[in-house]
Design a protein around this ligand. Structure first.
Ligand SMILES: [Zn+2]
Length: 1005
């Protein structure tokens, strides 16, 4: 046992005592009375009360613990009671307790539900009367029919007996957020109470429903959190390391994965939730005093949920607040500023799969210290929905937190257990309406037209749907269908879809999640909700850059089609009658072309610099030509990477260059690792190898170019350039992040004796040299700002975006440099996600604002007589015509005249001027999904720019091309750049380096 018992093992004192009513509680007509005949565990009870800082932070549901002669309490494993100060159990110890509970009680069963990225186990614990647990399989079969009413022909008369015979499953998940530490112990004790307590209301719960518990969702992060907390307890009075890594890839965003389904924890929870056919998924968080049951939350609600769900939210949320109010517990509310628009949250898996999603925010201290907390006015204000608000100042303990979590859960479970029939009826109704979607609300289906050019990305999108348990079919024959107009009032058209087109029909149980992901989103600029909680747009068809046609005509549902079970069979073909010595892969924007280079180590690969036609096929620029490959080996790799190849009769006649496997370093800071974590995940999943280094490594490594060709400096997440250079403040003690006896789980991904050190000026110099010597540095958002601030991107600046409003929106990008290898495989446009509307200005001169506005405040003509296109006339002398002011587009640099260039040290030589790759479209077509308001200052501005420094390149992104597993369509902006890292200089823009620049050429690129 890795826990140090802070108290001598608790002796179980069994006494028969009467109820202890807490002062503010009313015990009249009490539905929550304990069974006075059942003895209580006095020692445990005494400790609960000791650790509760104020009796009003407890309830009569949890201020005692019933005793059992056979079932161990959490103290058996913890060495103290749940929520005791100064102690956090590792996941392993939490599981040990649940398995002891299982051994001791027939009311508890533990199931393994999968593993984390670092191979730690996740469990689910089922609690109910033995009869229910023994009948769980048959109950599950009944619930499966309610969940998929097609099995009973949507026949209510067949559903009724199933509802009558079934009992629901209520799934509770804890500590997805690793710094929110209270749930595991609260859930240990909750499980004990549910298994042991003979209070009539608890007996009713366990005889009418199954409570399912996953005590630790983010199990990798939990163990690291316990490590840092142990370090803190071992170093009293010192600063302690912040949690640099939670899960293997991401931190707080592990609760934004319910769309992309990239993390193991998301898939494990969804599979458990659907495997049990649970009705509720209730996720526990700890960042709001004292209990924000954001079941009701705030608008706008997600546009794809069944309205019944909103009623269930209201019913459960307001009821729960009222229950807690009756216990006299202050600071409980259910309406708040969390809008329920994005379906990216873990609990929303239930909302999108015909269940009920819920989330508690209780109050936590980020560990188990008992400390004084000082609340902000907005937290303690009395509002219409929070008549009994939290106290402004409070001594708060982990036990207080556990009291709130358990009291609220027990009371809501009690409510649910008395209404199981009602909730099961709703569950069936919602499932039935999901199947009836094509005729009730539509659409009927989405079709992804068979298209070899899109197949690689289509399969990735369809795989997400598969992970969401959505069924996908393929047309057996070509089909012509009417297609609704793009705009209201226009006429419908018709379209013919070839055989093999993928069909996502929406007469299936999980049609809502398919519709929510594939549809477009619109957030009105004047929506009363002024603070969207997360992204406002996410359309997967846009972000995966695939065509999907939304059909409302239900005729599609009668077309012959077959279910797709194995996506792997769809690609990996080698065709053509050419030789078995030259193969080509046409570049159509497959994201696995770069991974192929690493997988094909034995073969030789060349990249074509221009498009060519051969053997009756078209090959776009950036197609790969493979020689010296064994066909069987090649075929296996192609299948794995969803790529098709052609045997060529001869080598193509266009210019090619070798495609060596670039040596990539991923550089992270010790400030935050989440946003780069999403990039790391994408590279790992694609199979692109890299060295993982920190800014501290760059500071100590003088020869970065000798080791790497590409350094990926993915976003830190709202950090300043100063922070990247300086690191964390150094007034206090060193903050180690490394493996030690008390921190065995730290240091797996990277380690340092002191997290506070930043890149420093040595690191900056090394990075600069790396680029100057021909390396490629990839930057994005805050690291792009860093590259600009530090002089690594001459001529690029971040443009002011004034009052433009963008909140995680999908916006329309237009390629400016279609001949750049970065644009290989793309068409003319690309949807991108924009966090806040960041855009760049480019300039032919150095200086602030890219020198754009500095030299000439007049865009057109000065004030004077005449119209906009006239010249002013000075009275009393002959007209002197000024030079015509050059016009340029918003994404272009301002051309300079000879006067401005004469002896101007700020003018950037032509070959060093930045190249704009992608820009935003004009205002009218800019919004694709989400919120966009006042777009004038950002429309048509540059968003992807390749800057030149010495012999190398610095690629800057204002959009995040690799985001939450949702932006497959823009991955290749990064992968193409890496694949062509040594061919990013456009011939026209790069006369031989070192030659004097042609300073008169206007760089209108
Ligand atoms: Zn949280």
């Amino acid at each position: 046992m890795r826990l140090t018992p802070l108290l001598p093992a608790l002796a179980v004192t069994i006494l028969s005592v009467a109820l202890y009513p807490a002062s503010a509680q009313i015990a009249l007509n009490d539905g929550f009375a304990r069974d006075s005949r059942q003895p209580i565990d006095q020692t445990y009870t005494d400790h609960i009360r000791k650790y509760t800082t104020d009796p009003q932070f407890s309830s009569r549901l949890v201020d005692y613990l019933p005793a059992s002669a056979t079932v161990p309490t959490p103290a058996k494993v913890l060495g103290d009671v749940a929520g005791a100060p100064d102690m956090l159990p590792y996941a392993e110890d939490v599981y040990k307790y649940f398995r002891q509970l299982e051994s001791a009680s027939p009311r508890v069963k533990v199931f393994s539900i999968g593993h984390s990225e670092e191979n730690r186990e996740m469990i689910a614990v089922a609690i109910a009367d033995p009869a229910l647990l023994q009948g769980a399989k048959e109950n599950g079969e009944r619930l499966a029919k309610l969940a998929d009413p097609r099995t009973i022909g949507l026949d209510d008369s067949k559903a009724q007996p199933l509802i009558d015979q079934s009992y629901p499953v209520y799934y509770i998940t804890g500590t997805i957020h690793s710094s929110e530490t209270g749930a595991p112990t609260a859930l240990m004790e909750l499980a004990y109470r549910l298994a042991v307590d003979d209070a009539p209301y608890i007996k009713y719960i366990r005889s009418h429903m199954i409570v399912l518990i996953t005590p630790v969702v983010e199990v990798d992060g939990r163990d690291r959190m316990v490590d840092t907390y142990r370090w803190h307890k071992a170093h009293p009075g010192q600063d302690w390391p912040r949690l640099a890594y939670w899960g293997h890839y991401v931190a707080h965003d592990n609760n934004r994965d319910a769309m992309g389904m990239t993390l193991n924890l998301t898939n494990n929870v969804l599979n458990t939730y659907l495997g049990w056919h649970a009705q509720v998924l209730h996720d526990l968080h700890e960042s709001v005093p004292f209990l924000y049951d954001n079941t009701v939350g705030d608008g706008p609600y997600n546009a794809w949920i069944d309205p019944t769900l909103a009623d269930e939210w209201a019913e459960l949320g307001w009821n729960n607040v009222a229950q807690m109010q009756s216990f006299g517990m202050p600071g409980v509310f259910t309406h708040g500023n969390f809008d329920t628009w994005s379906p990216g949250y873990l609990m929303f898996l239930a909302g999108m799969h015909n269940g009920i999603s819920r989330l508690y925010e209780t109050f936590g201290n980020g560990g188990a210290d008992t400390v004084k907390r000082i609340l902000q006015p907005e937290e303690y204000s009395r509002t219409w929905f929070r008549q009994n608000p939290p106290l402004p100042t409070v001594m708060w303990s982990q036990r207080d937190n556990n009291n709130y979590e358990e009291s609220a859960l027990l009371s809501t479970l009690a409510y649910f257990s008395r209404n199981t029939h009602h909730f099961l009826e709703n569950y069936y109704m919602k499932s039935k309406r999901s199947v009836q979607k094509p005729t009730l609300d539509g659409p009927a289906a989405y079709v992804l037209p068979a298209d070899a050019a899109e197949l690689n990305r289509q399969l990735q999108l369809l795989n997400v749907l598969k992970l969401q348990h959505v069924e996908v079919q393929q047309l057996s024959a070509a089909l012509t269908s009417s297609v609704p107009p793009a705009k209201r009032g226009e006429k419908p058209t018709t379209q013919t879809f070839p055989a093999g087109s993928y069909v996502v029909r929406l007469d299936q149980p999980y049609s809502r999640v398919a519709d929510a992901l594939l549809d477009k989103q619109y957030w009105a600029p004047d929506d009363p909700q002024k603070h969207p909680y997360d992204d406002t747009g996410w359309s997967f068809t846009q972000l995966f850059n695939v065509k999907a046609v939304r059909l409302t005509d239900t005729a599609i549902l009668k077309a012959p089609m077959t279910p797709v079970v194995d996506f792997e069979q769809a690609s990996g073909k080698i065709s053509g009658s050419g030789s078995r010595s030259i193969y080509a892969i046409a570049n159509t924007g497959q994201t696995s072309l770069l991974p192929l280079i690493y997988a094909l180590k034995q073969a030789h690969v060349e990249t074509t610099e221009k498009a060519f036609d051969l053997d009756g096929k078209h090959f776009a620029a950036g197609s790969l030509v493979i020689t010296q490959a064994d066909e069987a080996t090649l075929a296996a790799i192609l299948r794995k990477l969803s790529l098709d190849a052609t045997r060529l009769s001869a080598a193509p006649s266009v210019a090619t260059h070798p495609a060596p496997a670039p040596r990539i370093a991923f550089m992270h800071t010790w400030l935050a690792t989440q946003t780069e974590g999403w990039w790391r995940l994408a590279f790992d999943r694609a199979g692109i190898p890299f060295s993982y280094i920190s800014t501290q490594t760059a500071a100590s490594e003088g020869d970065l170019r000798g080791k790497y060709d590409v350094i990926v400096f993915a976003p830190v997440g709202r950090s300043s350039s100063q922070e990247i250079i300086n690191g964390l403040p150094k007034w206090g003690n060193a903050l180690p992040w490394q493996k030690s006896e008390i921190t065995p789980n730290l240091g797996l991904l990277d380690s340092t004796p002191d997290m506070r050190e930043g890149l420093g000026y040595d690191g900056l110099a090394h990075l600069t040299t790396f680029v100057e010597m021909g390396g490629l540095l990839i930057t994005c958002e805050d690291t792009a700002q860093f590259a600009i601030d530090m002089g690594l991107a001459p001529g690029v600046s971040v443009a002011p975006h004034d009052d433009a409003r963008v909140v995680g929106s999908v916006l329309n990008g237009v390629f400016v440099a279609p001949s750049s290898p970065i644009a290989n495989g793309y068409g003319s446009n690309l949807p991108v996600i924009s966090a806040n509307g960041m855009v760049f200005n480019v300039s032919n001169t150095l200086g602030r604002q890219g020198g754009r506005m500095l030299m000439d405040p007049y865009e057109h003509r000065p004030t004077g007589r005449g119209g906009p296109d006239d010249s002013d006339i000075t009275q009393g002398r002959q007209l002197a015509e000024p030079e015509v002011l050059p016009k340029q587009q918003p994404w272009q640099p301002k051309p300079l005249n000879e006067d401005q260039m004469r002896n101007n040290l700020q003018v950037i030589p032509a070959q060093y001027r930045p190249e704009v790759i992608l820009r935003f479209s004009e205002q009218k077509t800019l919004l694709l999904s989400g919120l966009l308001d006042k777009a004038g200052s950002i429309s048509e501005r540059a968003i992807v720019v390749n800057a030149h420094l010495g012999a190398g390149n610095v690629l800057l992104f204002a959009n995040n091309p690799v985001y939450r597993g949702e932006t497959i369509g823009s991955y290749n902006l990064v992968f193409n750049a890496i694949l062509n890292y040594d061919h990013l200089r456009q011939p026209a823009a790069s006369p031989a380096l070192g030659q004097p620049a042609a300073r008169t050429a206007p760089a209108e690129r």
